[in-house]
Design a protein around this ligand. Structure first.
Ligand SMILES: *[C@@H]1O[C@H](CO)[C@@H](O)[C@H](O)[C@H]1NC(C)=O
Length: 223
């Protein structure tokens, strides 16, 4: 009996470690509010007095519209997170629509606070993520067609490439009200001010010429 209790408490502890994401909400609702007057502070953003919450606080309209993919990447992410739906505050979830022109790319990036689950609703995508150094940077990839679903684990670098001659559309659920986006190339070669070339030449094992060229480039943000 004691052994069983011990096993269960270990399992509970392990699962609390494994499934950690945004903190669980400690109340039914916590609608984000900009004006702190008559607000209650919980975490992340101020909460509106729950008695003043309205259906509109939990509503967004516009994801039927394709994002504008006329840019160097040929892709556009339309995020619906706590900034668009204040009612998502403290709930640990959000959504995105991603549009891809033919051969458009959502370039390698990570979400520091969220796992992503993506469903293709139009077109065909080549997608993948890379595990951390501990798991020897193993690449997991898949070709997805309409109706296919793929998961990008929290924090790992991932990408999607439209491999078809037609537009592609995907929707993604993310396990944070504010997943964050770090686009790898933009962070490393497009930072402001630029990272010292001694750092980048050694990190990427290339000449200064290569680093100069990459840093001179304009790094489009498709978010
Ligand atoms: C899409 O973006 C391009 C480049 O920024 C712009 O020239 C064009 O007007 C935009 N198209 C629409 C429909 O907004």
């Amino acid at each position: 009996m004691m052994k069983l209790v011990l096993i269960f408490s270990l399992l509970a502890f392990a699962s609390s470690l494994c499934f950690a994401s945004d903190p669980s909400p400690l109340q039914d609702i916590c609608v984000a509010i900009k004006d702190p007057k008559s607000a209650v502070f919980v975490n992340g953003k101020f909460c509106k007095d729950p008695n003043l919450a309205r259906a509109e606080d939990f509503f967004y309209s516009g994801l039927q519209k394709p994002g504008n993919t006329s840019n160097p990447l040929g892709s556009k992410v339309t995020a619906v997170n706590v900034d668009q739906i204040p009612g998502l505050n403290t709930l640990g979830i959000s959504l995105a629509r991603i549009d891809y022109a033919p051969y458009g790319l959502n370039p390698p990036h990570t979400h520091p606070r969220a796992t992503e689950i993506l469903v293709v609703v139009e077109g065909e995508l080549y997608v993948g993520f890379v595990t951390s150094n501990q798991l020897e940077n193993k690449l997991f990839t898949k070709y997805l067609k309409k109706g296919d679903v793929f998961v990008f684990p929290e924090g790992l670098i991932h990408f999607q490439l439209n491999i078809g001659k037609t537009n592609a559309v995907a929707f993604a659920g993310l396990s944070s009200q504010n997943p964050g986006v770090i686009t790898i190339a933009n962070s490393l070669f497009g930072s402001n001010p630029p990272i010292n070339y001694n750092v980048l030449t050694k990190a990427f094992q290339v000449d200064k010429k290569v680093v100069d060229k990459l840093q001179a480039q304009f790094w489009w943000d498709n978010n």
